[in-house]
Design a protein around this ligand. Structure first.
Ligand code: B12
Length: 350
């Protein structure tokens, strides 16, 4: 059993009982643990942030290690959503402050992390409109035209969505609504938010503090994106389809076994090849090789735990490197990822 990352804050027994509830897909048991804490006087904010949030991170670890299936992860996440709803209903706060709109970036389906942020903001008196997963920029802007908002909180869990994040942030700025962003997609220290020139909060409490301090929220240094003038990002996107098709053809050539892939194995392979291009594009967008190398390290972990050998990934990076030889920054990032891969599995880009 994994120890609670916040051990000591919650009464002993709550964490294992809650994780058991998620593991057994027993929503009644999980809700009972959460409501039991509330009844024992634990503040609702603590239940959300010290029980539900780290449990979801643990769900992610178990999925990444291939210990839990996608279905188990989905069931656990659904239960966490029910628990959040139960905690919110129990606390039942009434708004005393202005409206904050909370939304996920376009193409971003991780709605539970910003839902936790939304509930914490509600607990602190804000009137929150939660727009949920994958909100297209024009819809967000039209909502902001119709409803006065004190601030917008935008979530991004996957760094590959950062270029979209930037478009959403700019769209909010055009209607003069200040923005705070958060989520794993901006890097553990928020460094990619700084590149995009937007206020970033590591968690719900700091987001609430920032939203309450409008001057600080609006006082952000400008974006640092002058590197985009080299057009590598835009050109890479234009070649996305060609890159994936080429990598697939090269993979089939190199490893004839892939020709016998089932449709679902083929789907996963094509989406992995696409993720490599999308993460590379996002790294170009913020001009940071670590965005790409961290992704490749993560992908090695995922593939290895599912029995796919790391050399396969090394050869694909090599292939992209050959095709993108006229893209100096992309070539550098692919090289850095290859070296990292070599350190991890001894099979990097040669
Ligand atoms: C549940 C889940 C899903 C669900 C989401 C359902 C839902 N309703 O949210 C579904 C099934 C849709 C999903 C899909 C995918 N997922 Co997913 N998912 C998760 C999981 C297990 C939990 C997410 C969660 O609730 N976390 C709990 C929250 C509380 O943690 P948190 O993000 O750190 O949030 C805190 C702060 O970051 C901050 N914060 C977060 N958001 C915001 C927003 C604002 C405005 C502010 C201020 C602060 C803030 O405050 C929070 C509270 O303290 C994570 C694992 C993890 N560690 O998070 C993977 C994870 C994020 N997913 C991952 C992946 C890869 C995917 C997929 C690509 C998988 C696939 N092959 O299809 C897709 C991508 C879908 C998409 N385009 O968005 C990876 C990402 C890895 C990477 N390199 O980026 C993770 C890390 C899993 C893993 N261990 O590998 N996923």
């Amino acid at each position: 059993m994994t120890a609670a990352p916040t051990a000591g804050i919650l009464p002993a027994g709550a964490w294992p009982a809650y994780l058991d509830g998620l593991q057994e897909a027993d929503e009644y048991a999980a809700i009972e643990v959460a409501v039991g804490l509330l009844e024992a006087g634990v503040p609702a904010e603590r239940v959300l942030l010290d029980l539900v949030a780290p449990a979801q991170a643990e769900v992610g670890e178990r999925w990444a290690r291939n210990e839990w299936s996608v279905a188990q992860e989905h069931a656990a996440t659904h239960i966490s959503e029910r628990v959040v709803a139960a905690v919110a209903a129990y606390a039942n706060p009434r708004p005393t402050r202005g409206r904050v709109v909370v939304a996920c970036m376009d193409g971003e389906w991780h709605a539970l992390p910003p839902r936790l942020v939304a509930e914490v903001l509600r607990l602190r008196g804000w009137q929150v409109t939660f727009l949920g997963a994958s909100v297209p920029a024009p819809h967000l802007v039209s909502y902001l035209h119709r409803h006065d908002a004190h601030a917008v909180a935008l979530a991004c869990a996957l760094p590959m969505r950062l270029p979209h994040a930037h478009r959403m942030i700019e769209a909010c700025r055009r209607v003069d609504v200040p923005v705070v962003v958060g989520g794993r997609g901006f890097g553990a220290d928020g460094r990619w938010a700084r590149k995009l020139g937007v206020a970033w909060a590591p968690g719900a409490p700091s987001a609430a503090d920032l939203i309450a301090d409008e001057r600080t929220l609006r006082r952000v240094p400008p974006a640092e994106l002058s590197h985009l003038a080299d057009d590598e990002y835009t050109s890479l996107l234009k070649r996305r389809g060609e890159l994936i098709d080429g990598a697939l053809a090269e993979l089939r050539e190199r490893d004839p076994g892939t020709r016998d892939y089932t449709p679902s194995q083929m789907d996963s392979t094509v989406s992995d090849l696409g993720y490599i291009v999308d993460f590379l594009a996002a790294a170009l967008y913020v001009d940071d090789a670590t965005l790409f190398t961290e992704f490749v390290d993560w992908l090695v972990e995922i593939l290895t735990s599912r029995g796919v050998p790391a050399p396969t990934l090394g050869s694909t990076l090599e292939h992209y490197g050959r095709v993108l030889r006229d893209f100096p920054r992309a070539a550098r990032f692919l090289g850095a990822a290859g070296s990292s891969l070599a350190r991890l599995g001894g099979a990097g880009v040669r």
